[in-house]
Write a protein that binds this ligand. Structure first.
Ligand SMILES: Nc1ncnc2c1ncn2[C@@H]1O[C@H](COP(=O)(O)OP(=O)(O)OP(=O)(O)O)[C@@H](O)[C@H]1O
Ligand SMILES: [Mg+2]
Length: 425
C-alpha cells in the first residue's frame, strides 16, 4: 500500500495510534484537514501528561469546491505533500489519520433513545449507555447517507433529566438526547478514497466544526451557549453548543474566497492580487488606515487607485451575507436556547475588523478562536486556520465519546469499506 519513493521514516504503526519509541510509551495521533484552500496534517503525541504537537505539514489544495472533492488526483497530491512535511517534522511515519469532512451533504438533527436498564441490580453500566445511544440512531437517514456522529447531549434516568454521566446510577429506564450528524456516502467515500490513495488509513471521520470547536471552545462557553463559525475558503462551518453539548451543526457553502472573488471583480484585478489586497488592506469595519492604495490591473502592467472605503464597500456586504446565512440557522433553534458569544475561526477570521462586525451583527460578544488546550508546537498552530486540524487530534480519538467510539467507528468503516473497498485497491 505504501509508496516506496516517499523517503518516509520506517513504518512502525499499530492501528489508530502508534508507539514512537519503546521508552517513551507515547502514541501518535494524526489529524488530516483537507480544505478548499489547503490540506493540513497535525501529528501529536499522547502521553500521560496530555497531547503535544510534534509535527505540522501544510500544502495548497485545489481539489475541492465548497468542501467537496472535485479533483481526486489533486487532492491526493495535496494530502501526500502535507503528510510528508508533517512526517519530516515529527520524525515518525504516518499511517492512520483522523479525517475531517464537511460540505452541504452533511446534515444534523437531534434525537432521543430509550432503553430499559438491564442489570439485576438496576445500575447503569457502559453497555446500557452504548445501547441507548444506538437506540437514538434508529432514524431513517436514507440509503445514500450514513450516521457520522451520535453525540450524547444529556441522559435521563427514570425521568430525572440533565444527567451528564449515568454510569453507576440506579434506575429502570435510561434515555439519551443525542445530536446526530449524517453525511452523504459518496462524498465521504471520495474523501476516504483520496486518503487511501495517499497511502494512509482513516482512523475515523469527524465533521469539521466539531474538530474546530474541540480546539477553540472552552467548556464554560459550551455550557453557557456559544456559536462557532469556521470561515474557511469555500465553506463556513457552524456549530452551536448549549448546556455543554452540540445542538446544531451545519455547513454554509460560502467562505472567505467569495470575498476575494468579489474584490477581483469589483477592482478588475487578478484573484492573487485581490487575495493579497484582502489580507493586507481590507477591513470589515471603518478604520483609520490610509485612505488610498493602488491595485494592479488584470494584465499586471498598470495600476489603478482604490480607496479603503471602496474596498470595504465590496467586502463588508459579502461578510454580512455569510453572517446572515448563519443567523437564519440560529433563528430556527428552540426558543429556550440562549447564546452568549460568537467564536470566529478558520482563515477567514483573519479579516481585519471581523470581530467587531460579528459582535454588531449577532448582538453578542465575538472573539477569534485559536487552538488551545494542547502542548508542543503551539506557536506554529496558534492561528484560526489550524483549528480544524488541531481539533481532529483532540476530538478524533474521542469520536462519539470514548466509551462507545470503537464499536460505532468499526460499524461505519466496516460498511464503507464493505461497499467500496474494491475501489481503493
Ligand atoms: N489575513 C487574512 N484576511 C482575510 N482573509 C484571510 C486572511 N488569511 C487567510 N484568509 C482567508 O482564509 C480562507 C482560507 O481559510 P482556511 O485555511 O481555514 O480554509 P480551508 O480550510 O482551506 O477551506 P474550507 O474549510 O472552506 O474547506 C481563504 O479564503 C483566505 O483568503
Ligand atoms: Mg477548513
Amino acid at each position: 500500500m505504501y509508496k516506496e519513493s516517499t523517503g518516509r521514516p520506517p513504518h512502525i504503526g499499530v492501528h489508530g495510534h502508534r508507539r514512537l519509541t519503546k521508552s517513551s510509551r507515547a502514541t501518535t495521533i494524526v489529524g488530516l484537514d483537507i480544505g478548499t484552500t489547503k490540506t493540513c496534517a497535525v501529528v501529536a503525541t499522547s502521553t500521560a501528561a496530555g497531547l503535544d504537537i510534534i509535527g505540522v505539514g501544510e500544502a495548497p489544495c485545489a481539489g475541492l469546491r465548497k468542501g467537496v472533492i472535485t479533483d481526486l488526483e489533486e487532492t491526493v497530491r495535496s494530502i501526500e505533500a502535507a503528510t510528508e512535511k508533517a512526517e519530516r517534522m515529527a520524525g515518525v511515519h504516518i499511517s492512520h489519520v483522523y479525517v475531517g469532512v464537511t460540505g452541504e451533504h452533511v446534515q444534523s438533527t437531534n434525537n432521543r433513545g430509550v432503553v430499559a436498564i438491564s442489570g439485576d441490580d438496576r445500575e447503569v453500566v457502559r453497555g446500557d449507555v452504548k445501547r441507548v445511544v444506538e437506540a437514538s440512531k434508529l432514524i431513517d437517514v436514507g440509503a445514500d447517507r450514513q450516521i457520522i456522529h451520535a453525540l450524547p447531549r444529556h441522559f435521563t434516568v427514570d425521568g430525572h433529566d440533565g444527567v451528564t454521566d449515568p454510569i453507576g446510577m440506579s434506575g429502570a429506564r435510561l434515555e439519551v438526547d443525542t445530536h446526530i450528524i449524517t453525511g452523504g456516502n459518496t462524498f465521504i467515500t471520495n474523501v476516504l478514497k483520496c486518503v487511501h490513495r495517499a497511502g494512509l488509513e482513516p482512523a475515523g471521520v469527524v465533521f469539521e466544526p466539531l474538530a474546530s470547536s474541540a480546539a477553540t471552545l472552552l467548556a464554560e462557553e459550551k455550557h453557557v451557549g456559544v456559536v462557532l463559525l469556521d470561515i474557511g475558503g469555500g465553506t463556513t462551518d457552524v456549530a452551536v453548543y448549549a448546556s455543554g453539548g452540540a445542538i446544531h451543526t451545519s455547513t454554509i457553502p460560502v467562505g472567505g474566497n467569495i470575498l476575494t472573488n468579489d474584490i477581483a471583480l469589483g477592482l478588475k484585478t487578478t484573484f492573487s492580487e485581490a487575495e493579497s489586497v484582502k489580507r493586507t488592506l481590507a477591513c470589515a469595519m471603518p478604520d483609520d488606515g490610509g485612505a488610498e492604495f493602488t491595485v494592479k490591473t488584470l494584465d499586471g502592467r498598470t495600476s489603478q487607485p482604490v480607496t479603503r472605503a471602496q474596498l470595504r464597500s465590496i467586502v463588508a456586504p459579502r461578510l454580512l451575507e455569510i453572517f446572515r446565512m448563519a443567523k437564519t440557522q440560529l433563528d430556527r433553534l428552540p426558543r429556550d436556547v440562549i447564546l452568549a458569544e460568537v467564536v470566529l475561526t478558520g482563515g477567514g477570521a483573519h479579516l481585519a475588523g471581523i470581530e467587531r462586525a460579528a459582535a454588531d451583527f449577532f448582538g453578542m460578544p465575538a472573539r477569534i478562536g485559536v487552538p488551545t488546550s494542547i502542548g508542543g508546537l503551539t506557536d506554529a498552530v496558534k492561528q484560526p486556520e489550524f483549528a480544524t486540524a488541531v481539533g481532529l487530534v483532540l476530538f478524533g480519538p474521542k469520536g462519539d465519546g470514548a466509551i462507545w467510539h470503537n464499536g460505532r467507528s468499526k460499524t461505519f468503516f466496516g460498511k464503507v469499506t464493505g461497499w467500496f473497498g474494491d475501489l481503493w485497491n
